[in-house]
Design a protein around this ligand. Structure first.
Ligand code: SF4
Length: 404
């Protein structure tokens, strides 16, 4: 129809504008692009002798540039994108009656546990890819096109507080043949990045680097996105947006941004949240032992919820095994968590849907949250896995409750 051709012309014009806005910085060699997870900026300074709880975003970005990355993007940007997709999915399930509880899906440690041990919960997992993978899909599609390169000529490297993110990036579900390969090519832990920076001394001296900023677009983020680094943070970020977008048009601005009931280091937390007249029952668990006990209670019908956040590491990603120091120390975790909450408070925008670069990405590329294109690039599916007696995991086999 003429309206759809007008629509596609508008989309082509928007693509052309995006292409003009981002000038290619490299010749024939691959374009090297990095992303850094929320927790990395909060813990990397510990590797260089600084106090736990220092936020060193500017130094971290500068170090990545000096190591040779052409572009440095922020996983916090795609944490905002995750909230747009996941809050829409949650509100959709509230409308259609389930399945409940909906579980978050950004922690591969938790996803592995479901696929191996609780495959009956697969329909309850959010279909959203994690922020690491969402940014990969955007970089290999929209960004690659905007710098005039084939996706296979863009190498995308993540820096994560997490060892399980390496396995997540290697999943076959995270390879897109149309885009010439994986969303994310390589994953470094925070500790591995710190050791690369250390090896580049004296050319790179982390503490005295001139601070740099993330590239834009794909670099702006909200305080809510930073919260992804700490237990309860994905929940809080999702609740902020869910409450704000369902408010009546004449409602005053959000009376409360801090959902303190979902914060803190208790193993399992729960709360009832009023989302403009709909009561949502939510829970948060972190650390393997608490994930298991909460799941067992849910399966036994002892607890019921609408939305549950699950993080395999104690404290969430600030407690991940890829961080510079041993993360089991309670004081250390508290310092890191405080840094996250301070960073959120200091942010110019504190809700994911207020991120202008996110709005622009929907306008130019995805259309709207949960659109067909968004589903193709930003969502995934899960596969039951069989664990053999030897302990070896048969990732792609049919699940058999009796075992092999
Ligand atoms: Fe990785 Fe741990 Fe964060 Fe899960 S909670 S994403 S395993 S660092």
């Amino acid at each position: 129809s003429s309206s759809s051709s007008a629509g596609s012309e508008a989309a082509a014009a928007a693509e052309a504008t995006a292409a003009a806005a981002v000038a290619p910085r490299t010749g024939k060699r691959p374009v090297m692009v990095a992303q850094t997870a929320p927790a990395v900026r909060v813990t990397i300074a510990e590797a260089f002798g600084m106090e736990p709880g220092s936020i060193s975003t500017g130094h971290m970005v500068a170090a990545l540039r000096k190591l040779g990355f052409d572009y440095v993007f922020d996983t916090n940007f795609s944490a905002d994108l995750t909230i747009m997709e996941e809050a829409t999915e949650l509100l959709g399930r509230v409308k259609s009656g389930g399945p409940f509880p909906m579980f978050t899906s950004c922690c591969p440690g938790w996803i592995n546990m479901v696929e191996k041990t609780y495959p009956e919960l697969i329909p309850n997992l959010s279909s959203c890819k994690s922020p690491q993978q969402m940014l990969g899909a955007v970089v290999k599609s929209h960004f690659a096109a905007s710098v005039g390169r084939h996706p296979s000529e863009v190498k995308f490297v993540s820096v994560m507080p997490c060892v399980a993110k390496k396995d997540e990036a290697a999943r076959k579900e995270m390879h897109n043949e149309d885009l010439g390969g994986p969303d994310v090519d390589y994953v470094l832990t925070t500790r591995e990045l710190a050791s690369l920076i250390e090896r580049a001394r004296p050319r790179i001296n982390f503490a005295s680097l001139k601070e740099a900023e993330f590239d834009s677009p794909l670099g702006q983020s909200s305080g809510a996105a930073l919260l992804f680094g700490v237990t309860g943070g994905v929940m809080e970020a999702a609740l902020r947006t869910a409450v704000a977008v369902t408010a009546p048009a004449d409602a005053p601005p959000m009376p409360k941004l801090d959902f303190t009931e979902v914060r803190g280091l208790d193993g399992v937390k729960e709360a009832n949240i009023d989302v403009n007249g709909t009561e949502l029952k939510v829970a948060i668990a972190h650390g393997g032992v608490h994930l298991r006990s909460l799941v067992e209670d849910i399966l036994a019908g002892k607890r019921t919820y609408h939305f549950v956040e699950m993080m395999a590491c104690r404290g969430g990603c600030i407690g991940g095994a890829g961080n510079p120091k041993d993360s089991v120390d309670e004081k250390l975790l508290q310092h890191r968590a405080q840094a996250i909450y301070k960073g959120d408070e200091a942010s110019a925008i504190r809700m994911s849907h207020e991120n202008k670069e996110i709005a622009q990405l929907y306008e130019q590329f995805f259309g709207e949250p949960n659109s067909h294109k968004a589903h193709k690039l930003l969502h995934t599916h899960y596969t039951p896995r069989k664990v053999h007696k030897s302990g070896e995991i048969d990732r792609f086999s049919e699940y058999s409750p009796e075992g092999p």
